[in-house]
Write a protein that binds this ligand. Structure first.
Ligand SMILES: [Zn+2]
Length: 355
């Protein structure tokens, strides 16, 4: 039950790339209970959990940022022009409800506006809407001074609204920002479990910043930690919806996703095989997956002299929208797998992996 509370709190927190402070606060309060907490200089938060050996140093990274927008300028009529932060598809934006965080930290409600379909020419209807044509409406009317009354300035961050809900199919959870608050919640749950056991290594649980704009906090936190091995914990592709390539193993409830390829990294094959063996021995359902984007490990594995790395996830529907879906059962399986990885990854096993 506690896990669900964690998932709700983290998914609903405000934290676009570069403005992860609210998420940091949540992570910090949970990390402090069981670990030494470190920060890198651009904001990533690190829980250092010592086991009975210093080596191997194992890093698990989940990014705290979600995609969002920032205020670019306010028109004289009080409409807000904005810049996208991270990968949005423009077709999904008109009508989306948002919150703008002003200088006092208040969350101002608004909606992304665009000329209505009735006003578009046949040519315009065929094209994707352009973000440059859109604006945020915070209730602008004649004479209402948006900057003065609402304290909104250029540079203020904006996030989509997306309430956490358990679906009628009760294993499924609907929320904004599963990418990657799912991973953040897992780090917290992993630490809670590690606090109660001996493990033959030192574990670094890292909430990274600015993943969605180029894996930036992954790079800085890894250069601080200098891990021997690393994992990204993040959402993975789900292909079980209409028109999405039937029969694929990537579906809700299919268990842990183990990455075989993304554009930023070829996962370390011995590390991958070690993880597959643990999943098979312990009957944890898993599937292999690939993605066109990248994960934090894309940056981590190129730090220092190279860090053998692997990305693990769970299938997630509608990533990079304001409403995404995960399976709680998959979440628990990934939690179990990570704990088993930590219990089994001692110096000797690491040396075999590195051979
Ligand atoms: Zn992500």
């Amino acid at each position: 039950m506690n896990h669900l509370q964690n998932l709700k709190e983290l998914s609903e927190a405000f934290g676009i790339s570069g403005y992860e402070d609210d998420v940091v606060e949540i992570m910090k309060s949970k990390f402090e209970k069981h670990a030494t907490v470190l920060r890198d200089r651009i904001g990533s938060i690190i829980a250092e959990k010592k086991g009975i050996c210093d080596v191997p140093k194992i890093m698990f990274a989940a990014h705290m940022d979600e995609i969002g927008f920032i205020v670019k300028e306010i028109t004289k009529d009080g409409f807000i022009k904005f810049l996208p932060i991270g990968g949005w598809w423009s077709a999904g934006l008109p009508g989306m409800r948002v919150r703008i965080k002003n200088k006092k930290g208040e969350l101002i409600p608004g909606v992304i506006g665009l000329k209505p379909i009735h006003e578009l020419s046949p040519e315009e209807i065929k094209k994707l809407p352009e973000i440059e044509q859109m604006y945020i409406d915070v209730g602008a009317t004649k004479g209402f001074q948006v900057s003065e009354k609402l304290g909104i300035r250029p540079g203020d961050p904006i996030m989509p609204v997306g309430q956490f809900e358990a679906m009628a199919n009760t294993d499924l959870l609907l929320a904004k920002a599963w990418d990657d608050r799912m991973g953040c919640a897992l780090l917290v749950d992993v630490l809670e479990e590690l606090a109660a056991i001996d493990h033959p290594n030192t574990v670094y649980l890292v909430g990274t910043v600015q993943e969605e704009v180029g894996l930036r906090g992954a790079k800085t936190s890894a250069s601080l930690i200098q891990p021997d091995l690393a994992f990204a914990i993040d959402v993975s592709i789900c292909r079980d919806t209409p028109g999405n390539g039937a029969d694929a193993g990537e579906k809700l409830g299919a268990g842990v996703a183990i990455l075989i390829y993304d554009r930023t990294m070829i996962p370390h094959k011995n590390l991958r095989d070690f993880v597959i063996e643990i999943a098979e021995t312990n009957n944890i359902p898993y599937h292999l997956t690939s993605i066109k984007g990248g994960y934090d490990t894309g940056a981590i594995h190129l730090t220092n002299f190279g860090v053998p790395s692997l990305a693990l996830g769970i299938p997630t529907r509608y990533v990079h929208t304001a409403s995404s879906i995960i399976s709680y059962e998959d979440y628990e399986r990934l939690l179990r797998l990570i704990i088993l990885i930590v219990k089994n990854l001692n110096r000797e096993v690491m040396e075999q992996i590195l051979r």
